[in-house]
Design a protein around this ligand. Structure first.
Ligand code: PLP
Length: 386
């Protein structure tokens, strides 16, 4: 037997291992809810798709390679991944979370606080010393995200995790890696216990499925997570698992091009005198920190214009940039978070978190970069921003 070779991530995302009786060149789709058994004394590997399905197994094993994890679980959305993880908590447990987490994550934490007596404290996670000082032997779970969006705040996940495990070896550090994807960052290698992502974004890359993934190395945690997924029935459907495998193959290629475009656009906007937030710019306050934990700045950035009215005109004036929530798609998107993805957060909390009302978020796609800059330039000129 040959020793399995270690390949780079760019190769691993393309090379999907699977077994098929006809040697199909892409994994087959088992669009079936039940599986017949040989006999009562000889049960097969699968019986019911809620508990397991060969197409879901294929995507999970493939993701385990890509996410550099021992076990990966595919579920119906990013929020479903977060819900699964939160069920590891018991009433009275103390939880620490960032103050600029994804809106849906924040909503679920508020619900848990109210309905399950989980004690959640939110802190500015860019202040490493502050977060460290709040971690105690009672801290059961920590939710981190980096860079956040649209404020693009970065977290010293390595140091916070190291400290948390020192104070309480049982503390579960959970990291939402949706903004980076495993191509740019591997949180398990930075020490976290659970790495999860919305696969609706970069992992799938085409905005044609909703999915979430959970990766762990600890086999005790893996068994608990599998129990919850099988009990609640949130495993990813066979067809969506199949589409996720297909999308994943171009992950490295997509992110490389999206990031190349994003770097050019961030510099272009900054050269026009606009205040740009992007971890690939030296002006970003955590430029060095981000570089030390990720292999690139990604493809989401935001900028301010100084006026809500101007920002609205810019968003409405673009042709190529779709006015859409979400990100990670091959197409470029533009949004005004205060009016769209973050509108559910009340104005007071938005101002407490210093979320500027005129902030425009750009999620860069794989188009020709000159076309993208041309579209932005036209829209910015018409709106009077440049
Ligand atoms: C979109 C998103 C989620 C939620 O994922 P869904 O697939 O939409 O449920 C969680 N975290 C981040 C950072 C996201 O961008």
């Amino acid at each position: 037997m040959s020793i399995p070779k270690k390949y780079s991530l760019e190769t691993d995302v393309v090379f999907v291992g699977h077994d098929d009786q006809f040697n199909s060149s892409v994994p087959p789709l088992y669009q079936t809810a039940t599986f017949k058994q040989e006999s009562l004394s000889n049960m097969g590997e699968y019986d019911y798709t809620r508990s397991g399905n060969p197409t879901r197994t294929t995507v999970q094993q493939h993701l385990a390679k890509v996410m550099r994890a021992k076990s990966v679980f595919a579920v119906t959305s990013g929020m479903s991944a977060m819900d699964t993880i939160s069920r590891l908590l018991s009433p009275g447990d103390e939880v620490i979370a960032g103050d600029d987490l994804y809106g849906g994550t924040h909503r679920l934490l508020v619900y848990l606080q109210k309905m399950s007596q989980i004690k959640v404290s939110h802190y500015d996670t860019t202040d490493t010393d502050l977060v460290k000082s709040k971690i105690s032997s009672k801290t059961k779970m920590i939710f981190l995200e980096s860079p956040t969006n649209p404020l693009i705040k970065c977290v010293d996940v390595r140091e916070i995790t190291r400290h948390a495990h020192e104070v309480n070896p049982e503390c579960i550090v959970v990291f939402d890696n949706t903004m980076m994807s495993p191509i740019l960052m591997n949180p398990l290698e930075l020490g976290v216990d659970i790495h999860y992502e919305s696969a609706t974004k970069y992992l799938n890359g085409h905005h044609d499925i909703m999915a979430g993934v959970i990766a762990v190395n600890n086999q005790d945690l893996a068994a608990k997570i599998y129990f919850i997924i099988n009990s609640t029935g949130c495993g990813l459907s066979p067809f969506d698992s199949w589409l996720l495998v297909r999308g994943l193959k171009t992950l490295a290629l997509r992110v490389e091009r999206q990031q190349e475009n994003a770097i050019k656009i961030a510099h272009w906007l900054e050269s026009k005198g606009l205040k740009v937030r992007y971890p690939g710019l030296k002006s970003h306050p955590q430029y060095e920190l981000h570089k030390s934990i990720a292999r690139g700045p990604g493809a989401v950035l935001s900028f301010e214009t100084g006026s809500v009215e101007t920002s609205e005109k810019i968003v409405d004036g673009c042709d190529l940039f779709g006015v859409t929530v979400s990100f990670g798609c091959v197409n470029s998107l533009i949004s005004l978070p205060c009016k769209m993805s973050h509108a559910s957060i009340d104005e007071k909390t938005r101002s407490e978190r210093a979320l500027p009302e005129d902030l425009i978020r750009l999620c860069i796609g794989i188009e020709n970069c000159d076309d993208l800059i041309g579209d932005l330039e036209h829209s910015l000129r018409v709106a009077g921003a440049i």
